[in-house]
Design a protein around this ligand. Structure first.
Ligand SMILES: Cc1ncc(COP(=O)(O)O)c(C=O)c1O
Ligand SMILES: [Zn+2]
Length: 415
């Protein structure tokens, strides 16, 4: 075992402009409390030769190790994550003439793209001496944290919205983690977790409150370039909750351009459910920041994020890429799950099916045009979700809905 060759240089704060030293455990900027972003040394780096040599490496996201933060191979904690398939879809109704691809992270260890971020962040926390880790979660992040912490030999505690997460709690406990149900949304779970862990010595792994989950997620963009080469799609449609997926892919394409490996500038479209769409609302209103969404409700637990942290960075990723936001109904999400399974053989969670649900609207509004290539990102597997039960729950919600609520119904979370 030796060094990974990581070129990690510093942690940059976009809030106050101060850099932080990366080789100690650190969450957010000590000066201003905002998110920190890893920057790499690219001087005397023959990126083209590096890129050309990747083909000889194992098919995991660690093939990009020079542009990842972990320095010692011994710290790398892996379950074989990354390098998921990109599949063409059959003709999508409402998107005639558009070449539609889907990247399938439903096949990742622990069933979702959250494994990317946790593999890298747990490895790095282990390298920097953390003994125990905690995070609030809507589900998948907690399962991934529990699995990678188990593999690293670290303790893990996850704080979850109490309603509808019973199966997730069991999955986390199966990996030996402690699962703590909290009344309310992931926001409440985050506040409760931080209060309970104050002084415990455990390291917080919340989205963008530590710098390295984002680094794992950016490998989605690296893979898209490596797998599709010059045919990078013009548009990438991505389900957005906390926003790390989008910010990570935006960072990836910026780094890949800075390394001289591509000129591609895909447009990023953030998809959110109509019942919790703070990012889409801010984009629609040209707002400088994202305001918290009140009374959130959706069938997609990972998208139930009423107040994403680092919201300016989400808006930046979408705006600078010249993309946009789309809100989709829960019913469209459930029908997209059904279509992916029956017409394409692909198992998608509600979050993972949301991009397909958004595609007809993107085409109808002219934001995606015939002749373009578009990549839909399936972020998680559909096992554990029953389309029949979801349809029935939506029917019941429609019956419940007071007329003035625009059909949204009561603020219950349908699992
Ligand atoms: C399957 C799935 N997709 C998407 C998301 C949203 O991810 P992000 O935080 O990158 O916006 C989540 C978050 O929990 C998720 O579990
Ligand atoms: Zn700062």
């Amino acid at each position: 075992m030796g060094g990974t060759g990581s070129r990690l240089d510093r942690l940059a704060c976009r809030g106050c402009g101060r850099d932080s030293e990366p080789d100690r455990l650190i969450g957010t900027c000590p000066e201003c409390g905002q998110a920190l972003f890893a920057e790499y040394r690219t001087d005397r780096f023959d990126a083209r030769s590096w890129w050309a040599s990747l083909g000889n490496r194992p098919w995991t996201l660690w093939r990009y190790r020079e542009m990842l933060p972990v320095r010692e191979e011994a710290a790398v904690t892996t379950l074989g994550e990354g390098c998921t398939a990109i599949l063409p879809l059959p003709a999508v109704p409402g998107a005639e003439g558009v070449a539609v691809l889907l990247k399938d992270d439903g096949t990742m260890p622990t069933g979702s793209f959250k494994a990317r971020g946790m593999a890298v962040a747990v490895s790095r926390a282990r390298e920097l001496g953390a003994r125990a880790l905690f995070a609030p979660t809507a589900g998948n992040a907690g399962i991934a944290l529990s699995a990678y912490a188990a593999r690293a030999g670290l303790g893990a505690r996850v704080y979850l919205p109490a309603v509808g997460t019973e199966a997730v709690q069991a999955a986390c406990r199966a990996y030996g983690a402690t699962a703590v149900p909290v009344p309310g949304t992931i926001r409440d779970a985050g506040a409760a977790g931080r209060a309970a862990e104050a002084g415990s010595g455990a390291f917080e792994m919340s989205t963008l409150r530590e710098p390295y989950r984002l680094e794992g997620k950016k490998t989605m963009g690296y893979e898209i370039l490596e797998q599709l080469g010059p045919a990078v799609p013009e548009a990438i449609v991505y389900p957005t909750g906390g926003g790390t997926g989008l910010i990570g892919m935006f960072k990836a394409f910026r780094e890949l351009r800075d390394l001289g490996l591509t000129d591609a500038r895909p447009r990023f479209y953030a998809v959110q459910p109509e019942g919790c769409a703070p990012v889409v609302r801010a984009l629609d209103h040209d707002a400088p920041r994202i305001e918290p969404w009140t009374d959130p409700v959706t069938v997609a637990p990972g998208l139930l994020v009423p107040a994403p942290f680092a919201s300016e960075r989400i808006l930046e990723a979408v705006r600078e890429s010249r993309g946009g936001g789309v809100a989709v109904s829960d019913r469209a999400i459930v029908e997209a799950m059904a279509w992916l399974a029956t017409a394409a053989g692909i198992s998608a969670s509600p979050e993972g099916a949301a991009p397909l649900a958004a595609l007809p609207e993107l085409v109808r509004s002219g934001r995606i045009r015939a002749g373009e290539r578009v990549l839909l990102y399936n972020t998680g597997v559909g096992s554990g979700f029953d389309v029949g039960r979801l349809r029935a729950a939506l029917d019941a919600r429609a019956l419940d809905a007071p007329a003035h609520a625009g059909g949204r119904g009561r603020s219950t979370i349908v699992e």
